[in-house]
Design a protein. Structure first.
Length: 158
């Protein structure tokens, strides 16, 4: 009987890195320009329709004392052929704006300004968030100052 090679993640208990490599950092876009328009896209990273997006952001300390800018997270849905801001929502608990039926606060992560290289960072030097992304087919990260941050992203079902 021939062996099968599975290409889908299926249901995942532990987060799977979006780059396909454990410890791999994602490459953010410098602007939202690649996300404009109404079309199918290959920008960003496939989520394999997982339920949660796990994101860790740290400052690289490249460039001296200049603080890193915040990273904004966008989602894409194949059914709509459109990109949109992921809501600032942690573990399914939306921010107050969503309950008031107004525009939600976009997911944005700004790591602390650290004067050391990532190898010397304490755990408190990094920012970690989990977002509820059911139905989001792709995610993209935008940071105009990409050399100043390392962004790690993974998805999971549980």
């Amino acid at each position: 009987m021939p062996s099968q090679v599975h290409t889908s993640w299926g249901r995942t208990r532990c987060p799977k890195n979006l780059t396909g490599t454990q410890g791999g950092a994602i490459t953010p876009l410098a602007t939202t320009t690649p996300l404009l328009g109404i079309t199918a896209t290959s920008e960003g990273y496939a989520t394999e329709n997982q339920r949660y997006l796990h994101v860790l952001v740290e400052e690289t300390n490249a460039g001296g004392d200049t603080n890193a800018t915040a990273t904004t997270i966008y989602g894409y849905c194949h059914a709509f052929l459109r990109w949109f801001e992921i809501e600032a929502d942690t573990m399914g608990q939306p921010v107050a704006e969503a309950a008031a039926n107004t525009a939600p606060t976009p997911a944005s992560i700004d790591p602390p300004n650290i004067a050391t290289a990532p190898a010397l960072h304490l755990p408190s030097s990094r920012e970690y968030r989990v977002y509820h992304i059911v139905g989001v087919d792709r995610v993209a990260f935008v940071n105009a100052n990409a050399a100043r941050v390392n962004i790690f992203a993974a998805c999971s079902t549980f």
